[in-house]
Design a protein around this ligand. Structure first.
Ligand code: GTP
Ligand code: MG
Length: 196
């Protein structure tokens, strides 16, 4: 499978508006501003496939990108951002929760966390939920360009150690959309999920 073939398919406000629940989906989840949409663009080698922004809360819909027939990448709304009107937040947080709980074709979850402050409560909850749901997880520690190599490796190790307690299928990788680092590793994991 070639992630570069990703094509925008649809933006859905809730799961009823998504394509039929068949095939394989790999979803990108994480706190607002963690770098989900940027990582999607980096991994598909398309500059403006998913919309990115300095302002947290950019992605408010479930965005679907088709890679091949019945294989899709999903850009999810971020969580944990306070400065959004309550009504709006309720709507897209509901869409996020419903997607995670009800989407049967979801076969792998990419959890993106800023390498400078990973594993906040909501991140940990999400990863725990994925393990309980037998979903494989790839943690991408984003914006690794903001740390020295040494500090970045230390952070990866720390996150690995903490998550080892969950006994799940969890991989942890430093990632930078700016420097395009962590690309081959992340691409390999995601391609393997699509190949099942
Ligand atoms: P929401 O859609 O709001 O949930 O955010 P998101 O997780 O999709 O984040 P997005 O990709 O829009 O990136 C947020 C900000 O972080 C933007 O200003 C990006 O330019 C910046 N950013 C993303 N990835 C990197 C990276 O690898 N390095 C650096 N230095 N900045 C990054
Ligand atoms: Mg986004």
């Amino acid at each position: 499978i070639n992630l570069n073939n990703a094509k925008f398919t649809i933006s859905a406000p809730d799961i009823r508006r998504l394509p039929e629940d068949t095939g394989i989906e790999v979803a990108f989840a994480g706190r607002s501003n963690a770098g989900k949409s940027s990582a999607l663009n980096t991994l598909t080698r398309q500059k403006s496939l998913a919309r990115t922004s300095k302002t947290p809360g950019r992605t408010q819909l479930i965005n679907v990108f088709e890679i091949a027939e019945n294989k899709r990448l999903i850009d999810l709304p971020g969580y944990g951002f306070a400065k959004v009107p309550m009504e709006m937040k309720k709507k897209w947080q509901k869409a996020l929760g419903e997607y995670l709980e009800k989407r049967d074709c979801l076969k792998g979850l990419v959890v993106l966390m800023d390498i400078r402050h990973p594993l906040k409560d909501l991140d940990h909850n999400l990863i725990e939920w994925a393990v309980d749901s037998d979903l494989p997880v790839l943690c991408l520690l984003t914006k690794s360009d903001k740390l020295s190599q040494g500090k970045a490796s230390a952070e990866v190790l720390k996150v690995k150690r903490t998550l080892a307690e969950l006994n799940g299928n969890i991989k942890v990788q430093a990632f930078s959309s700016l420097k395009k680092s962590g690309m081959p590793q992340a691409t390999q994991v995601i391609s393997d999920w699509f190949a099942q």
